[in-house]
Ligand binder design. Structure first.
Ligand code: SF4
Ligand code: SF4
Length: 296
């Protein structure tokens, strides 16, 4: 499948709203589609696409935590002294691990003279397979509180989404904000990256770092400035900048329908069918379909 990763250097750029709208527009074009929400810390794509109860739920275990055998522990405190994350403490003569802080690094195992510590697999989060209100599959997940292996959960989500192997199809990935592990896992193997930003210097400085990640993977890039008409001169500056760099560029207009549609858990393209926003996103959906050589 042709894989499109929608990413943003920072949160709050409207990435999930745009992903849901693109999914809706590509569906309307009759394209065989799978959507995946790779933002496992704050997932919302399934909500915006009207998914009901999941059809399938899987538990993903990608983390390890230290476990102390109290019968073997002599309370010497060496594990507490060497733990780089302050995750193990001796209390009443026995070591106890705080799982929220344990990173599973294994240092305590190395120093324990009693071999009282082992590493045990723990649940990282849940993976869900759901069906959108349009009928195409949506794979999403949720990281457990205090868990850190979000990249592995994202990889599990992508593996599940890729298992559909739709002929002449498209996998649309809604990435996490930032440039860390879950974003790298989202971009890995992508055919096209859509980087969404806002017309502010703060957002564009984060965007530069994101673009470095995209370029590292040699992924074709389209930059989109959302709410461009709220700061037209800065949006114009960005357009000139990216045009000089020969980077494809879209200005997405601000539209109050985004808020109304989000409140009703629907893609904005269902609400604002004759708006400029709809026109711009339709052009983008057409460009993606052409690049992927997708036909209804
Ligand atoms: S595995 Fe690492 S982080 Fe966890 S308690 Fe042991 S030393 Fe600390
Ligand atoms: S190093 Fe081993 S024996 Fe010493 S307190 Fe930690 S778990 Fe107990």
């Amino acid at each position: 499948m042709f894989e499109v990763a929608v990413v943003s250097g920072k949160g709050g750029t409207g990435k999930s709203s745009i992903t849901a709208a693109l999914a809706h527009l590509l569906f309307l074009r009759g394209i065989s589609l799978v959507a995946a929400d790779c933002d496992v810390e704050a997932p919302n794509l399934a909500l915006l696409l009207g998914c009901g109860e999941p059809l399938e739920t899987l538990t993903i275990s990608a983390s390890h935590k230290a476990k102390v055998d109290p019968l073997k522990c002599a309370g010497c405190g060496l594990c507490e002294k060497h733990c780089p994350y302050d995750a193990v403490h001796v209390s009443q003569g026995k070591a106890e691990v705080d799982e929220i802080f344990c990173e599973g690094c294994g240092a305590c195992l190395q120093v324990c003279p009693q071999q009282a510590i082992s590493l045990a697999a723990t649940e990282t989060g849940k993976l869900y397979l759901s069906k959108s209100r349009y009928g195409f599959p949506v794979v999403h997940g949720q990281l457990n509180l205090g868990e850190h292996n979000s990249g592995k959960l994202v990889t599990a989500i992508k593996t599940k989404a890729r298992s559909f192997k739709a002929d002449n199809g498209l996998l649309l990935l809604d990435g996490a904000p930032g440039i860390g592990c879950p974003v790298i896992a989202t971009l890995s193997g992508a055919s096209l990256a859509l980087a969404i930003t806002e017309p502010t210097p703060v957002a564009s400085s984060v965007l530069e770092r994101l673009i470095q990640v995209v370029e590292h993977f040699s992924i074709p890039l389209i930059v989109m400035v959302n709410k461009a008409d709220l700061a037209p001169s800065y949006a114009q500056y960005l357009e000139e900048y990216f045009t000089k760099r020969k980077t494809r560029f879209y200005k997405i207009p601000y539209d109050e329908a985004v808020l109304a549609s989000t409140a009703q858990l629907k893609p904005v393209t269902e609400f604002a069918q004759h708006s400029k926003l709809h026109q711009v996103l339709s052009l983008l959906a057409e460009e993606i379909a052409l690049e992927a050589d997708l036909k209804p």
